[in-house]
Design a protein around this ligand. Structure first.
Ligand code: ACO
Length: 324
């Protein structure tokens, strides 16, 4: 028998305010047509003034606990992936911990930008498999709108705010790909590409928060090759074929990147969970938001094989395979 982590619940939260491409036409020199053609994005949600990453995270965490039918008191670990913490320190995870009324266990943030949720899953899975935790909340939450230069049309049209969460629970399995569990995670980074996608501020460098800066075409090129490699790595490690995948739940940055990966895997679009059209790129929140949507609308069934993949600033990238 092998100790593994099983996802026993998921939930999400989106701020009420939806901003359409038409709305953005009034702010910068752009068009609905350009944005849809290049990215597939039609709308995104933007947090209200005073609505913080921890508020979004807490709402998603409560939804995930509710779906799992669990009391917050049974959680002994919170791993929160975010690029937009409430404050530079303490971690936003500790605020969520207090918000849930928890005084035991431990909570920490993970920073891997758009790959953050896959990284956080991997971290929480390691805590569970080594016996340091038994029930973990894994959250991706972002108020990415706060990092945007709203005068820069090359970036401000791409991102949105939101949060998603899953509950992971320790489970026994056979240790093979038939287990209903998180089967594997594969993580990578390459800091040589630090400047391809970054924020031009920080506590240590400028003592300001800064704004997102990006070399879009370079990121696009790396995304398709690196994501294809890390997906292949996950399938080989588990003795699985692309045809075994029931659902691709990718990071939602750009529909063209997602289509490229699906094509390489020969997956029909009916097996791809797509939210980028309505959410934009919500960074660490995009995968759990998409997962929660596909689970709650009944698409994902017990025993289905789910492939998640993401790439973000760093560069950081990774994949996770889950048997639901
Ligand atoms: N509206 C209208 N025109 C625009 C806009 C806009 N919002 N943004 C850029 N343009 C213009 C440019 O100024 C340029 O004009 P020019 O030819 O007169 O100089 C023209 O459109 C083409 O610009 P490119 O940057 O070459 O456009 P491209 O086809 O590469 O699309 C995009 C840009 C969508 C950013 C693309 O490169 C991309 O998707 N890259 C991946 C980046 C990404 O997804 N980042 C998200 C974060 S990382 C992650 O999550 C994976």
């Amino acid at each position: 028998m092998a100790k593994r982590s099983r996802i026993v619940g998921c939930g999400s939260y989106l701020p009420a305010n939806a901003v359409s491409n038409k709305d953005l036409e009034a702010r910068v020199d752009t068009s609905d047509e350009w944005i849809v053609q290049r990215t597939g994005i039609r709308s995104r949600h933007v947090a209200a003034e005073g609505e913080l990453t921890s508020d979004l995270a807490l709402a998603a965490a409560r939804a995930a606990l509710n779906h799992a039918g669990m009391d917050a008191a049974s959680i002994d670990c919170i791993v929160l992936a975010t690029t937009t913490p409430d404050n530079t320190f303490p971690s936003t995870a500790t605020k969520v911990q207090a918000g849930l009324g928890l005084t035991r266990g431990f909570a920490l943030d993970v920073q891997a930008v758009c790959a953050g949720f896959v990284y956080a899953l991997s971290v929480a899975d390691s805590f569970i498999r080594t016996g340091q935790a038994t029930r973990a909340l894994v959250i991706g939450a972002e108020t990415f709108s706060r990092l945007l230069d709203w005068n820069d049309r090359t970036t401000c049209v791409l991102f949105g705010d939101g949060a998603g969460a899953v509950v992971l629970e320790a489970a026994e399995g056979k240790g093979d790909a038939s287990d209903r569990a998180l089967l594997s995670t594969h993580l990578h980074s390459d800091g040589r590409y630090y400047d391809l996608l970054y924020v031009d501020g920080g506590a240590s460098s400028t003592m300001t928060t800064g704004h997102v800066r990006m070399h879009g075409q370079e990121i696009f090129r790396h995304a398709v090759t690196k994501l294809s490699e890390v997906v292949e790595e996950a399938l080989v490690a588990n003795g699985l074929e692309p045809s075994d995948i029931d659902w691709l739940v990718p990071h939602q940055a750009n529909q063209r990147i997602i289509d490229g990966i699906a094509r390489k895997l020969k997956l029909p679009s009916s097996k791809v969970v797509l939210t980028v059209d309505r959410h934009g790129n919500t960074s660490a929140a995009s995968i759990p938001l998409a997962l929660a949507e596909a689970v709650h609308d009944g698409r994902v069934k017990r025993g289905d094989l789910i492939l998640m993949e993401a790439i973000g600033g760093g560069l950081t990238w990774g994949s996770a395979l889950v048997r639901w």
